[in-house]
Ligand binder design. Sequence first.
Ligand code: PDD
Length: 285
Amino acid sequence: MTHELNPIVYLNGEFIPLDKANISVLDRGFIFGDGVYEAIPTYAKKPFRVKHHLERLNNSLNAIQIKNPLSFTQWQQLIKQLIHKNNYLDQYIYLQITRGVAPRNHAFPHQESPTIFMMTSPLEKQSQEVIENGISVVSLPDNRWQNCQIKSISLLPNVLLQQQALDKGAKEAILIRDGLATEGSASNLFIVLDDCLITPPKGPLLLPGVTRDLIVEIAHEQAICIKEHSITETELMNAQEIWLTSSTKEILPVTRLNDKIISNGRPGRHWHKMIKTYHAYIQDL
Ligand code: PDD
């Protein structure tokens, strides 16, 4: 067990204190942003939906032609070890794989030795302010690439979009491409329209969120009306409720979009119902 300011991390086969974890400046993650990542929430020291995260990690690695350096069981064991080497009860595991260290050259190196890094941080609970009043968001043009299904560490467009939102006094940006809302800068999008949930279909324009998939699953199980289809900007503006979902933020109720008040400025009844069920799933872990 270590001090919270210097947690134990995993780097290339070793568990070491964060301040001892160093990588070469020639790592392709540093030079090119050439790598992929996952963020896995962990409740009462148990990883939530880890199988789904590891499957998506595998898909991201395949998409960028890095051979998964570890088996599913090896990943699970390392994650378990990391969780237990740190003090926090609820944590989120960040794991990243890059194409490793090589002389700077855009083309893949002949000899590949991926860098594997994992760290864990406390998982913050939703604040009372958010539960009572929801969050403000702005819509911004989605100027990212067309491989958003890859959980790439090259996040500069997302970083700039989220900062633009913060600079406008909002918490998140909802991204618009060709008149359609895709997702948030670090979250997936749901709206409620005519008492039916709608979320954009999976594809190259958005990340297939693990939280998104669980909400779709819950809706089917509980016979809640749900449709996976594109959301036009007009539908977004007329939504009864808007939610943004992610593994670290769970389900965020949006109550203000570009200065327009959504669902009377309070998280709506559909959100209340869904967040209760979502927490019940976590309790069942
Ligand atoms: N991001 N879309 C984007 C662009 C994201 O960055 C994320 C999550 C999601 C939601 O996916 P999931 O439900 O699997 O967390 C959707 C993580 C939390 C991050 O970058 O830290």
